[in-house]
Design a protein around this ligand. Structure first.
Ligand code: UD1
Length: 363
């Protein structure tokens, strides 16, 4: 074990890139909550704070400050960009990194169409720099934050991992797809690599404490944070993007999955690395397998919150598909994972977070 900076012994560490963001912060708290004394590890977060709030005078982003409060544990935090090879090397020098969970990326689909270079820089150059650094320090275990977006237009439903990938329109989606291709090539080039790419469907919900949640900067792009900001009175009404799809009520259908379930999926992926001989590239869907329409989401949220969510139907949003939901058999088989939280849980937890933090972390 390397000696810690305060003289204590340092445990093997999990490096979490983008750990101050939405799925990252929920994964960090879940790992810490489930940590056993028999199996200690450190959590090291690197984040450039491009989409995470840090209060003035604080060293750590607010999400991590609150996680430390809730768990009573310390998180090692580095304010750095993953494209900064020197900063990354410094982290690997300071800690005994055993595995990496890689969330750090830009993720707004519409913005990516306007700013392709920024997206490819952040998502692909950043990922390559991280891999180079991992290789330099002999760290080969990686969990990657991917998305069902890599499948593009569904050719069949539910979508399993054998569904073709890559026929995509947005630079964001392409960047996730390209990174998966890079990871496949890495695994072919060197059998040391063990990479699990978790393809999330639609992450929603918040930590049950109501202290950690999704805090989009500006007006939300995604449905659930939009609905919750309407319910709390921050936005006047929801715009429903089209009601002429061939779905249960004409509105878009998606597979919403609780972020705490996603977090648990990452913990299980890390456990898989312990299986002797486990290596190579593995893409795994994380979803519930059930789709809900926009209007079903509105109704469920109204029931959970006791607030009304006024809406107006407008035209379809470019790039949207009618319906999308996961085949989750592989996650069950490989990770022994399945989503345990249902739609009322997702709405209740989102609402608790939104009600208690109407302005997000900045309150
Ligand atoms: C989007 C991204 C996807 C990303 C995911 C999670 C696209 C095409 N895909 O998925 O790559 O991984 O977010 O960040 O953007 N809706 C409304 N009104 C709104 C917002 C959404 O009606 O104000 C509808 C949409 O038309 C869709 C559903 O709600 O039918 C879900 O939308 P959203 O939450 O943005 O997720 P996706 O588009 O599925």
């Amino acid at each position: 074990m390397k000696p810690g900076c305060n003289g204590t012994t340092m445990h093997p560490a999990i490096l979490v890139t983008g750990g101050a963001g939405y799925v990252g912060s929920h994964t960090v708290i879940s790992l810490l909550e489930n940590q056993s004394e028999a199996d200690p590890f450190d959590i090291v977060v690197v984040d450039n704070l491009s989409n995470a709030y840090r209060a003035e005078g604080q060293k750590k982003p607010e999400a991590l400050v609150r996680i430390e409060e809730l768990t009573g544990k310390t998180i090692y935090f580095y304010h750095a960009d993953i494209r900064d090879a020197k900063a990354l090397s410094n982290i690997f020098e300071n800690h005994k990194i055993d595995s990496v969970i890689h969330f750090a990326a830009l993720k707004a689909v519409g913005e990516s169409v306007q700013k392709p270079l920024e997206y490819y820089q952040a998502n692909i150059t950043g990922t390559c720099t991280l891999f180079e650094t991992m290789r330099k320090y002999g760290v080969y275990k990686l969990v990657y934050s991917s998305s069902c977006t890599v499948y593009g237009e569904p050719q069949s439903l539910p979508m399993n991992e054998a569904h073709p990938t890559g026929d995509l329109t947005s630079p964001y989606g392409k960047s996730k797809y390209f990174c998966e291709e890079i990871m496949k090539d890495l695994c072919l080039s060197d059998q040391s690599w063990a990479i699990i790419s978790l393809r999330y469907f639609n992450p929603v919900g918040a930590h049950h404490s109501g202290r950690i949640g999704e805090d989009p900067m500006g007006i939300p792009n995604n449905l659930m944070p939009y609905i919750s900001q309407v319910a709390v009175g921050r936005l006047p009404e929801l715009q429903v993007f089209g009601n002429d799809y061939k779905t249960v009520d004409g509105t878009g259908v998606r597979d919403y999955v609780h972020v705490a379930d996603l977090a648990d999926g990452h913990a299980r992926a890390l456990k898989l690395f312990r299986q002797p001989g486990f290596n190579g590239f593995h893409a795994i869907n994380l979803g519930t397998g059930t789709g809900y329409s926009v209007l079903q989401m509105v109704k469920a949220f109204e029931e959970a919150s006791g607030r009304s969510v006024p809406y107006r139907v407008v035209g379809r949003r470019a790039g949207d598909v009618a319906a999308n939901y996961a085949d989750v058999a592989l996650a069950a088989r490989l990770l022994a994972w399945r989503a345990t939280r249902d739609l009322p849980d997702m709405c209740r937890d989102t609402w608790r977070w939104q009600r208690d933090n109407p302005k997000g972390y900045q309150a």
